[in-house]
Design a protein around this ligand. Structure first.
Ligand code: PHE
Length: 353
């Protein structure tokens, strides 16, 4: 069994996977030495074969398992060598991943939702592509009323019977809410609205938030308290002063426009005190005709509504002066005015901290 032992020695001494493969071919390949010996069994007489047969088979087994073991050992060595050179240096500082930030409009909407949730208001939604009935007619704005032109509405061509418009305010959500169930209702409706307007303080798309409370004995006092509470929480100041001016909206009676007082602090105009006034929202007691249009009895149900510009509130609170920059998509602007996405506003932690 000389050549058998030689092969086993050679396998033990092999130092690469290709050497192992060469030895496999030399021993077990078609014309390998072990294969030749297996073939020679056929030519032997029975007595010799009885002796040689088991020896040759044992040799083949021994060579096969030696090859397998050597191959595994060499592969292991290779892996260990690779691991040694590819070691990860955990002490290196991590590469910074670019992070986005929350747009001031989203932040302010979150703040407002938080404030009103605390006052027991639910959030309601309506479509941005509205029909004329919800946007105007049901709100007591008749066909001929100048408000329909005044609003500079984007009408959607085509559909004549129920003409579609891009909603000009969030007030149609009042109608959708009142028609959706039974009072009492206490909702806010934030969202995008559209008017054909464009300058430093007007963009064709902007954001409003509507408020609606309908119950049995709601009066102007509730309206005033709610607005005062919300504006003080939003601007995070106790010295927010409101001024209610008589006004006119077709869907409220009486109607009031609401101004907040401002003063100059460190050369900047801030909300609080009352050196001057600026208008922040429209409001009033929901017109009985609007309540009736929604199928409710205005002798039984009454309430108040208000609407305010979210973008304007954001500008006032965070000191931005050009509304157009809100929607330019300029990364430098959002990096400057944006909010950390983990900075979730809550009343208990202080809003907008
Ligand atoms: N919808 C009015 C506007 O867009 C605001 C408003 C809402 C006024 C609710 C009164 C009541 O100007």
């Amino acid at each position: 069994m000389i050549d058998g032992e030689e092969i086993l020695h050679a396998i033990a001494a092999a130092d690469s996977l290709s050497a192992v493969e060469q030895l496999r071919v030399a021993a077990l390949g078609k014309s390998g030495s072990v294969t030749a010996r297996l073939k020679s069994l056929g030519a032997m007489d029975a007595a010799t074969r009885a002796v040689e047969g088991p020896r040759i088979h044992a040799l083949r087994e021994a060579v096969t398992s030696a090859l397998t073991a050597k191959k595994a050992a060499l592969e292991d060595d290779e892996l260990m060598a690779r691991l040694a050179t590819e070691r990860v240096d955990l002490s290196l500082p991590a590469r910074e991943t670019p992070r986005g930030s929350v747009h001031p409009v989203s932040q302010v909407l979150d703040e407002l939702s938080e404030i009103f949730a605390d006052l027991g208001f639910a959030v309601a939604e309506g479509p941005e592509i509205e029909d004329e009935w919800h946007n105007f007619t049901a709100l007591n704005i008749p066909e001929s009323h100048p408000a329909r032109a005044m609003h500079d509405t984007f009408y959607i061509a085509g559909a004549d019977e129920q003409r579609k418009v891009l909603r000009t305010h969030t007030s149609p959500v009042q109608i959708r809410t009142m028609m959706s169930g039974l009072p009492p209702f206490r909702i806010i409706a934030p969202g995008r609205v559209y008017r054909s307007d464009s300058d430093a303080t007007h963009t064709p798309m902007f954001h409003q938030i509507e408020g609606l409370v309908i119950d049995r004995a709601i009066h102007m006092g509730h309206l005033k308290w709610t607005l005062e509470t919300f504006l003080k929480a939003f601007f995070e100041r106790d010295d927010v002063v409101l001024r209610l001016r008589p006004s006119y909206f077709p869907f409220t009676e009486p109607s009031a426009e609401v101004d907040v007082g401002w003063s100059i602090e460190k050369g900047r105009r801030v909300v609080g005190g009352c050196e001057g006034w600026m208008e922040v929202l429209g409001s009033g007691m929901v017109h009985p005709r609007v309540i009736a249009n929604c199928g409710l009895d205005p002798d039984e149900w009454q309430g108040f509504a208000f609407g305010t510009g979210v973008d304007r509130l954001a500008m006032l609170k965070y000191g931005m002066d050009d509304l157009r920059a809100f929607f330019d998509g300029d990364l430098r602007w959002i990096r400057h005015y944006g909010f950390n996405f983990l900075d979730v506003p809550t009343l208990s932690c202080g809003i907008g901290a």
